[in-house]
Design a protein around this ligand. Structure first.
Ligand SMILES: Nc1ncnc2c1ncn2[C@@H]1O[C@H](COP(=O)(O)OP(=O)(O)OP(=O)(O)O)[C@@H](O)[C@H]1O
Ligand SMILES: [Mg+2]
Length: 313
């Protein structure tokens, strides 16, 4: 393992029958990084995390977690990681405290270490006052926090989180991210799969998966800057019709609606945009405002996914 690497993924692939769920994925994550994995439904995020967690065998390729091979020693990997799956197993008829103790037993955490760790986790999560409440009676957000506490009780080096805030209200979502940032501040490496791009923006680097393949990997800033100067923001009387027209225009890579504002990505703005505007007017579509706009991460991801689809055709 190169010095300071927490995760070293090399050609990782997994096939289910005829479906190549993950295909030749390669990336490295240095210790202490907050690393995001994003991608549309079915992109292979969960399959990737399950292989990294040592619970699913790769068909080919390998990943080293804290220098332990997931292909050769999946049990050894589990000592180093905490894995919070999309459906993390909590016991609804046990209390908050009893759930954490259950996972402490499972991971053989010594009785002497427990009070200190519990105190720290209660500090992170704010669950202390609820320690005698049954897990089944917690709100969705609190259940997710308890899931994190259970996963963290054995003080892992590396945390694998699969959509930890899925279906959680915005306040609890922010709380959960505060916990994640606290964990990263203590030196834990975090890999987090998320469908929310505002969460991806919080990551040091983001991997974009599509159809099982890694199609981009960079900082959120760098991903957005790829489109710098190529986004025109457009307001039209009939935004849906205008978007449809722009999206199909040969000089426009894509047109996406954000609320009632259209973001059109144009490869050669100086050369092509005046012509696009003339064509829009000729089609009888009224535009009452248009200007250059900063690309969002969503613009960047849609562009990357479409470019990847064009290559696949
Ligand atoms: N156990 C399995 N058996 C068969 N196919 C599977 C299995 N697990 C995943 N797949 C398929 O592999 C592909 C990748 O699925 P995966 O769950 O990894 O995607 P994901 O990016 O996590 O999606 P989501 O955003 O919906 O959670 C999908 O086509 C899925 O149907
Ligand atoms: Mg998933």
């Amino acid at each position: 393992m190169a010095l300071g690497l927490a995760v070293d993924v090399d050609g990782l692939s997994r096939r289910f029958g005829s479906i190549e769920a993950v295909s030749g994925v390669t990336f490295q994550v240095p210790q202490g990084e907050l690393f995001g994995i994003v991608g549309p439904d079915g992109a292979g995020k969960t399959t990737t995390l399950r292989m990294l967690a040592g619970v699913l065998r790769p068909t080919t390729g390998d990943a080293r977690i804290a220098d332990v091979s997931v292909a050769r020693d999946p049990e050894g990997v589990k000592r180093h990681i905490a894995y919070m799956s999309q459906r993390f197993g909590l016991y609804g008829d046990l209390t908050v405290r009893e759930n954490i103790e259950f996972y402490a037993d499972l991971f053989l955490v010594s009785k002497t270490d427990r009070p200190k760790r519990l105190e720290r986790l209660y500090g992170f999560s704010g669950l202390g006052p609820f320690e005698h409440r049954l897990a089944g009676q917690l709100s969705g957000g609190m259940k997710q926090k308890l899931g994190l506490c259970c996963a963290l009780i054995h003080e892992p080096d590396i945390m694998l989180l699969d959509e930890p805030t899925f279906g959680v209200d915005p306040i609890s979502r922010r709380d959960l991210w505060l916990i994640v940032h606290d964990m990263v501040a203590t030196g834990i490496t975090v890999l987090v799969a998320t469908a929310y791009l505002d969460e991806a923006e919080r990551c040091d680097r983001v991997a974009l998966l599509h159809d099982g393949r890694l199609i981009a990997l960079d900082t959120p800033d760098a991903l957005q800057q790829r489109l710098s100067g190529r986004i025109r923001s457009v307001r039209a009387d009939d935004p849906r019709r205008a978007r449809h027209f722009l999206d199909r225009h040969q000089a426009v890579t894509q047109a996406v609606l954000f609320g009632d504002v259209i973001h059109a990505t144009v490869e050669h703005v100086d050369r092509d945009w005046p012509r696009v505007l003339r064509d829009v007017a000729a089609a009888g579509i009224a535009i009452h405002e248009e200007e250059s706009a900063e690309p969002t991460l969503e613009d960047a991801f849609i562009d990357l996914v479409r470019a990847s689809d064009r290559h696949a055709d």
